[in-house]
Design a protein around this ligand. Structure first.
Ligand SMILES: NC(=O)c1ccc[n+]([C@@H]2O[C@H](COP(=O)([O-])OP(=O)(O)OC[C@H]3O[C@@H](n4cnc5c(N)ncnc54)[C@H](O)[C@@H]3O)[C@@H](O)[C@H]2O)c1
Ligand SMILES: O=c1ccn([C@@H]2O[C@H](COP(=O)(O)OP(=O)(O)O[C@H]3O[C@H](CO)[C@@H](O)[C@H](O)[C@H]3O)[C@@H](O)[C@H]2O)c(=O)[nH]1
Length: 460
């Protein structure tokens, strides 16, 4: 099939590349000329494992091209909308202007019978609104196919998703031929796009627009809920000398609960969960669903509270104030295996420490180039070894593999004081302690430890 993908960011570039790998002819369109130039060269404009290879393959086979010109979408049977829906600058709602403008630009290039399918995450009711933008083209079909990929594992998640969701006009009842059961319209088009996935047994759910929109929002809200729940429990663990990691492991062994997204620590960030729970809250308020509004507000505040708690713990480990102290922060991206720094908890904490007068050096395997311009108060160092030199406190804020496997002896030889705040609870505390380090985590019984062991004194 000939397919266009409008918006080639973290979602769209991966979507375009994986569709080409399935044998489709794909053109990716983006308004950012720099991004398009890089993608066209077969190089990912951001760090995403496996994407470079797919882009190169797509370029070599001639099935994957990129352009800034919407006219390049001409002739495509299916057009996927993958533009951003960021949090509005002045409210918690999602900003839908990029979607509207993408459709407006696409309009003159749509063939009769073409199918326009949104993948961006949108508040319920958006598809009905966009139908208005497409009103002059009753010959064009509209569908919604929310995406569930995670950054860092986006290629695998796209090629082996847990499920496919199709939102279609009228829902299931109108998606299949009443007699033969054959898929119709948007459902038939998406089945053709995803044929290899369906043949591999990936489940596909067909529903109406509102359900498809809400499936995505509710899924992210539930993931955020799990993380904030365990982080609130972690605070209780700290107060009572319990270990949240052992607690979560035992909880997760109950298949009704499941262990994933129960990893306590600094909390969630990124370009999705934070803005999506705020958009969900706004949707709940508009619909008068107070419980969901309150719920999301709490999930958000517990999550942001983890950042404040981490700053307070750092101050405690520096004798009450971080002012004038040399702190090394390991990790800048919002999670490992990506260079994305959107709403990064690590950078937020680092910046708050710097605002309190600390001398903060941040290192990251991939995100330093993205971050240094935007955080003028922070010092960035590409080399972890250099970053550790002379530190009075080391803080592990993003759990890249290189930090998980860091040798406590080697790190100890570089720092001025062997104190580490492991805000992602990934270090082998016993091994670090055996090397003379004082180790603190979040939810690992800090209050109990505090009475047992005091951090090494600081030089003035
Ligand atoms: N990042 C993820 O892991 C992920 C996963 C699932 C869903 N989503 C959703 O997908 C959407 C995109 O997210 P993202 O992380 O890829 O954002 P992004 O900011 O990385 O990418 C959006 C891209 O759209 C481009 N763009 C904006 N207006 C355009 C227009 N009119 N025409 C063509 N291109 C245009 C931008 O230049 C940018 O490259 C959001 O709704 C997000 O919530 C993201
Ligand atoms: O137990 C956990 C799991 C995650 N996180 C944090 O949660 C955030 C989000 O992680 P993750 O969900 O892996 O990353 P995203 O790439 O943002 O993916 C989420 O957001 C995407 C965009 O909507 C969805 O498509 C995905 O399904 C959804 O997982 C990160 O800051 C993680 O550090 C935790 O703190 N503890």
């Amino acid at each position: 099939m000939k397919i266009s993908v409008i918006g080639c960011g973290y979602l769209g570039a991966v979507h375009a590349a994986t569709l080409a790998s399935m044998g489709h002819t794909v053109v990716g369109i983006d308004v950012d000329p720099g991004k398009v130039e890089q993608l066209a060269r077969g190089a990912a404009p951001f760090h995403e494992p496996g994407l470079d290879e797919l882009l190169r393959d797509g370029r070599n086979t001639g099935r994957l091209t990129f352009s800034t010109d919407a006219a390049a979408a001409k002739g495509a049977q299916v057009h996927f909308l993958c533009v951003g829906t960021p949090q509005d600058k002045t409210s918690d709602a999602a900003n839908l202007t990029f979607l509207v403008s993408a459709i407006e630009t696409l309009l003159p290039h749509l063939a009769a019978g073409a199918v326009v399918v949104g993948k961006s995450t949108v508040p319920v009711g958006t598809v009905e609104m966009l139908r208005g933008v497409l009103a002059s083209r009753p010959d064009v079909l509209l569908g919604w196919n929310p995406e569930f990929l995670r950054q860092g594992t986006a290629v695998k998640d796209s090629l082996v998703p847990d499920r496919l969701v199709y939102g279609v006009d009228g829902g299931r009842a109108s998606a299949f031929h009443p007699r033969t059961g054959a898929p119709l319209g948007v459902t038939a088009a998406l089945d053709a796009v995803y044929e290899p996935l369906l043949e591999a047994g990936i489940p596909r759910l067909v529903c109406n627009f509102a359900t498809a929109e809400l499936i995505k929002s509710a899924a992210n809200a539930f993931l955020a809920t799990k993380v904030s729940f365990i982080n609130a429990v972690a605070e209780l663990c700290d107060a009572k000398g319990a270990d949240v990691a052992e607690l979560a492991e035992a909880m997760g062994m109950d298949p009704r609960i499941g262990g994933r997204y129960l990893h306590a620590g600094l909390g969630f960030g990124g370009g999705c969960l934070p803005k999506d729970i705020r958009s969900f809250r706004t949707q709940a308020i508009h619909a008068g669903v107070t419980a969901l509004d309150d719920w999301m507000r709490l999930v958000d505040s517990v999550n942001l509270g983890q950042r404040e708690r981490t700053v307070s713990l750092a101050a405690g480990l520096c004798g009450g104030s971080v002012a004038g102290r040399s702190i090394t922060v390991l990790g800048a991206s919002f999670k490992p295996d990506t260079d994305d720094i959107r709403d990064s908890p690590a950078l937020d904490v680092a910046d708050r420490l710097a605002a309190c007068g600390a001398h903060v050096t941040v290192t990251d395997p991939k995100a330093v180039n993205q971050a240094w311009r935007r955080y003028p108060r922070l010092k960035f160092e590409a080399s972890m070894e250099q970053a550790l030199e002379g530190a009075e406190l080391v803080m592990l804020l993003t759990e890249w593999d290189e930090y998980r496997s860091l040798s406590p002896a080697a790190a100890g030889a570089r720092v001025r004081r062997r104190v580490v705040l492991d805000a992602r609870n990934v270090l082998d505390a016993a091994a670090w302690q055996a090397s003379g380090w004082l180790v603190r985590g979040l939810g690992t019984g800090a209050a109990a430890y505090a009475s047992e062991q005091a951090p090494a004194p600081l030089s003035s």
